[in-house]
Design a protein around this ligand. Sequence first.
Ligand code: M6R
Length: 593
Amino acid sequence: MCGIFAYFGPKDNAGELVLEGLKKLEYRGYDSWGIVCKNEDGETIIEKHVGKISDANELRPELTEKPSHIAIGHSRWATHGGVTEANAHPHTTENMDVTIVHNGILENYLELRKELQEKGHKFTSETDTEVFAHLIEENIDKGLEEAFKLALEKAEGRYALLAITKDENKIVAARRGSPLIVGINKENKEYFIASDIPAFLKHTNNVMYLDDEQMVVLNDGVKFFDLKTDQPIEKRIVEIEWDEQSAEKGNFEYFMLKEITEQKETLARAINQDDDLIREVAQAINGAFGTYIIGCGTAGKVGMVGTYLFSHIAKKHINFMFGSEFGSFLPFMTDKSLMIAISQSGETADTLEAIEEAKKKGVKIVSIVNVESSTMARISDIVIPIKAGPEKAVASTKATTSQIAILELLAYACAGKLDEGKKLLVETASQINDMLNPRYEQYIRKLAEKIKDVESMYIIGKDLNYPMALEAAIKLQEVSYIHAEGFAGGELKHGPIALISEGTPCIALIANDHTKQETLSNAIEVKARGGYIIGVSPQNNENFDFWIKVPDAGMASPIISIIPIQILAYQLAILRENNPDMPRNLAKSVTVK
Ligand code: M6R
């Protein structure tokens, strides 16, 4: 949550470079934004606005009229304090000695704020963040680096924090629990600091990772320090494979549609794994005394699918719990337990905290992530990359199907049938290739036109498609803002069927397997109460009011059945004039608890 971008280098339009870079991080938070530039006369000038940074074409002239080589910016997802210009970052001190941007939550801010107010500091916002600026100022006579370290010693909570001062030509930054990556263009002697790599890919694909409890100082070069030992650290430069184009929209109006369409290729990339790695993890699952899949939101629904896949394919009981609920199960974790954490971003705070707690109990951690440079990947014992490329739309699509594919591979590998699993998934990838075409999208748009004004809709599924019904609901909720709920088909008659009235859309995810007849019967029960039945299924049925044909994919049916729902959610968003890439109240990576 929140995007941070900073520039330090010889170019004299630092503010404009930050404006451009920050726009690429807008998906991380988009309720307000701000930039501070330090110009050659040592003045720090701030510009802040409520609203999306993508609506900004240029900075105010004061930020650009004098050459500036240092600038930092922030795109906000509000936590403490409403969405106002005063609460937007950067935050600064009374005489603008220290200016900062922050992603995370300073948990003890109330007590620190009180202490600082008693010392005479004047606060101008309601945020936790502003406390950092005043805390640093307290010791600024010792120099920015030292004052910054002293402030961090008092901080409880998570942060990615950057600071500049009027008097020194440097940027200092540190992280604990929130991402920050340093980009370096050696040839041009330029440095970037950002919450995510795509923001500076235009300038460089060479990065240096800042880990938790580490600090970086940019002035004449780059220096890293361990905050616990106060010792300098040597960092390796890592070359990133992502290219700038893969992080851009190309000819698509929205990232969400681009990412849905990319599933033709991303699934194939996910399957193309190192077999030894998959077998190694399968062996760990087979040998573990309890395997626990965790994840949040969509990644959580993928985890739930995993429990069904392992049961059917590997005849194994695997547990699932949401990252945020994992704490309740800690008492029985041991060093023989195995955790499989699923996350697109690798930065989700609830999942990270579950991992941290599990690690303390000696649990072995496998993570299935998209962002290989993420915190999660870095703290896991084994990482399986899903290789989906940057996913920027808030609603997860291509990462979802790739994550399911990895769980399928693992389940087949646990059963000693990895080749069979691969074959199935390769066939599924080619079926998706046939399915994802403009005609299919247009057909689903007709359905979206029909149901765009409904108040509620329901999705049912059974077995592998029950978690997909839950996932379908998330997708529809987050971009269409229509009330949507997913149920296990058999559960409807135990209560939720009371919600059905004339014309209520009910999407039935019906695989061509042993669950087909029962799910169909559940759909017919809904129809008998006036429901409008949308069948997502390989075969049509007379009870369907609208049929969305999907290929028959056997055990890979969850991958296949979610794709038309992703398209439906997208089309509903467009018809209801919502921005599908940046749904209200949400952010791409949820780095707060
Ligand atoms: O980055 P992660 O996969 O850990 O994110 C977890 C959830 O926040 C995420 O899946 C969220 O539910 C999506 N917006 C759903 O589309």
